[in-house]
Ligand binder design. Structure first.
Ligand code: SF4
Ligand code: SF4
Ligand code: SF4
Length: 278
């Protein structure tokens, strides 16, 4: 492992996450609002409008298809929140010398399917005319209000309790919500179909018995094991820069400074289109 490269990518990611958290804290909920809008419009026999929410959603779909889940790894405020709460939790666990229980990887892989059920349930409720109830009980709505300095209303008590439970879950697992519950993540995980958005592992050079990349992966992925699950990858690059044999890279982008430049370009494109174009 090249320590300098590892630290450069680590801190670059934190900086990009902070910039997006400050400048675009609600991008994820705006994108998902388009799904709810579409379900409501179809159920009422209305037309699908090209609303700002729909534009954000369509752009993120296209971006994720081509570049993979960079948005999830670097730009989504809710995902970043998970990373930070987990970091604080790890720090406290080290200080007190006690470890929180963890979910075995195998179990986590099955639990990842829950998010598809959540997505289906939300779409059905919106179709059935309960979109207002969905918004009020959404932890995203409560989170968006809080980061805009507003308090949730009494009607949002369910959303506030769910948000609290999710925050607790993030202390146990950094991408607790993304892995198990996020309906947008359920959609995004089906999209990275092009090689440009996928992490590639050359397992020929692997050290015998080493499974560092799998142990460190926040999404419980073992690259090259099951192609269908690789859409779960959020492109954090932890596996790539932690690998002692430099065997993992993103698509055709060479691992190293080329990848760092590409990361900055991806972040700039996302920011420019989401903030200034749409
Ligand atoms: S899975 Fe959902 S919450 Fe997690 S980073 Fe992606 S959009 Fe955000
Ligand atoms: S960290 Fe590198 S060497 Fe170890 S298993 Fe993963 S790809 Fe192979
Ligand atoms: S550790 Fe590697 S495989 Fe896992 S999410 Fe990050 S980039 Fe993807």
């Amino acid at each position: 492992m090249d320590k300098k490269l590892f630290n450069t990518t680590k801190y670059l990611r934190i900086v990009i996450q902070i910039v997006f958290f400050i400048m675009m804290p609600s991008a994820f909920s705006s994108a998902f609002a388009a799904v709810k809008e579409a379900a409501v419009a179809i159920s009422q026999g209305g037309e699908l409008g090209f609303t700002p929410f729909a534009k954000i959603f369509l752009f993120l779909l296209a971006f994720t298809m081509i570049c993979g889940r960079f948005f999830c790894g670097y730009a989504c405020a809710f995902g970043s929140l998970g990373n930070w709460i987990y970091m604080i939790s790890q720090f406290i666990q080290k200080k007190v010398g006690k470890k929180l229980p963890s979910i075995p990887s195998r179990t986590a892989r099955y639990l990842q399917l829950i998010k598809y059920v959540v997505l289906l349930a939300i779409v059905i409720l919106c179709f059935a005319g309960f979109s207002g109830m969905v918004s009020e009980s959404s932890p995203w709505t409560v989170f968006s209000l809080l980061i805009n300095g507003k308090l949730p209303t009494e009607a949002m008590i369910v959303g506030a309790v769910i948000l609290l439970l999710i925050l607790v879950g993030m202390a146990f697992r950094q991408r607790f919500f993304c892995q198990f519950l996020c309906p947008l993540g359920a959609i995004f995980s089906l999209l990275p179909i092009l090689p440009t958005g996928r992490m590639v592992r050359k397992s020929e050079g692997c050290i015998k018995g080493c499974n560092l990349c799998e142990r460190k992966c926040p999404m419980d992925l073992k690259l090259g094991e099951n192609e269908w699950r690789e859409g779960e990858c959020i492109q954090c690059r932890i596996c790539s820069y932690g690998c002692p044999k430099s065997s993992i890279s993103l698509g055709m982008i060479p691992r190293g400074y080329g990848d760092i430049v590409w990361t900055v370009i991806e972040a700039a494109i996302l920011m420019a289109v989401l903030k200034f174009v749409i």
